[in-house]
Design a protein around this ligand. Structure first.
Ligand code: NAD
Ligand code: MG
Length: 389
């Protein structure tokens, strides 16, 4: 049976890797819907190559421009704005929705897709970080499959598959340590966005690359793992593994540890999600053990990586604290890229926002959205105080 795929975030880094998996598997996967933020010329190329007729653009002006460009098939059905993403997520003939938009724009479309019984291939980690409680409740209620694209969670999924959950003792997420692993904290004073945008192993979008360098990304991933696998903070560990070959590990109660290995390339987890439960030849060659390979592991120092420590504290606190962590981090990273917030102030913005914002147990999605807005307001004020000195 051929599976129809909707890809939200088609012009991004995960989008690009997803297209590689689709090209490799035309006999089992068909792209039926795509969306991006504003880059419609790239969407036009994708639409042409994969004969896609359902096309969405978040930016409504660009959507109108695209419609009149003559670069899309005249039969194209258009989906504009936030509602457009939601409509694409529930296309009647879609089997799997790949959620790969950056930030939280994917939250409502994910919930809609779940309610409509779609399988979710989830890359957008912010969706669970912000609203894991409600997203996972919907997953259970509608009995849908949520397959993690994020390489660590995909690795954990594969290492736990077929094992009784009560046998699992700990989840161990690996972290590359990002671009500045071997620099001293005092040398990070004058880091520029260009420096932070160079990842040693992975080619990713700008937000997640900067988050990798501060390890806020690993913090978000701990929160994501908490929701996906119903694990308390104290059973979620992080270990630094600079080569990004072991993508995560599961420790069982008898001390056995299962690890998942592959080259650092997102086509591996994406293909797993799209073909699941089938498997087929991968997009690229796997590891070659006939050549020298070194795998290193070292502890993650919470003092050195303040963003990771703050995420762990937010997770222990739970309620809306993880959403506040996420919102403050988004504002801080944005200000680092565009408003010259010093790199080392990113954790300060998060910490001060977590201290000032009200934390409580959300009883509805609106509670989370309100907490998110409030956190952004506070974080913006903190950013201003640092920029103005
Ligand atoms: P990216 O910046 O390269 O791409 C983001 C995509 O989302 C683009 O296609 C953009 O047009 C689209 N987009 C952004 N806002 C949108 C909106 N409001 N409506 C419609 N489309 C919108 O980012 P990326 O690296 O591909 O990451 C996407 C998500 O996957 C992020 O949540 C990230 O944390 C997660 N993730 C990425 C990687 C990776 O290797 N890149 C790994 C794990 C998880
Ligand atoms: Mg990851």
């Amino acid at each position: 049976m051929i599976k129809n795929i909707v890809l939200l975030g088609a012009t991004g880094s995960i989008g690009d890797s997803t297209l590689k998996v689709l090209r490799k598997n035309p006999q089992s996967l068909k792209l039926v819907g795509i969306a991006g933020y504003s880059r419609w010329k790239e969407l036009a190329e994708i639409a042409r190559e994969f004969s896609v007729l359902d096309v969405g653009l978040f930016d409504e002006e660009r959507c109108a421009e695209a419609k009149n460009s003559g670069l899309f098939s005249p039969e194209t059905r258009w989906y504009a704005g936030a509602q457009g993403l939601r409509d694409l997520a529930v296309l009647p003939d879609a089997h799997t929705v790949v959620m790969a938009v950056v930030g939280t724009a994917g939250l409502l479309p994910t919930l809609d897709a779940i309610k409509n019984g779609k399988t979710i291939a989830l890359a957008s980690k912010e969706v669970l970080v912000k609203a894991g409680k409600f997203v996972m409740a919907a997953v259970r209620k509608h009995k849908v499959n949520i397959l993690p694209v994020d390489s660590e969670h995909n690795a954990l999924y594969q290492c736990m598959h077929g094992h009784p959950r009560e046998h699992v003792d700990k989840l161990i997420l690996t972290a590359s340590g990002g671009a500045f692993l071997n620099k001293r904290l005092c040398d990070l004073q004058h880091i520029s966005p260009q420096d932070a945008l160079k990842h040693p192993n992975w080619k990713m979008g700008p937000k997640v690359t900067i988050d990798s360098s501060t390890m806020a990304n690993k913090g978000l991933e701990l929160i994501e793992a908490h929701w996906l696998y119903d694990m308390p903070a104290e059973r979620l560990n992080v270990v630094i593994h600079p080569q990004s070959i072991v993508h995560s590990m599961v420790q069982y109660v008898d001390g056995t540890i299962l690890a998942h290995l592959s080259p650092p390339c997102m086509t591996f987890p994406i293909q797993h999600c799209l073909l699941y439960p089938e498997r087929a030849e991968g997009v690229r060659a796997t590891l070659d053990f006939s050549t020298l390979m070194q795998l290193e592991f070292r502890p993650a120092d919470p003092q050195r990586f303040a963003c990771l420590r703050l995420a762990q504290e937010a997770l222990r606190h739970n309620g809306v604290a993880p959403a506040i962590f996420n919102a403050a981090n988004e504002i801080a990273v944005e200000a680092f890229i565009h408003a010259s917030l010093p790199y080392l102030r990113i954790p300060n913005v998060i910490e001060e926002t977590l201290e000032s914002a009200k934390t409580f147990e959300p009883t509805s999605l609106e509670d989370v959205l309100d907490a998110d807005l409030e956190a952004r307001r506070i974080a913006n004020k903190v950013v201003l105080s640092y920029i103005r000195g």
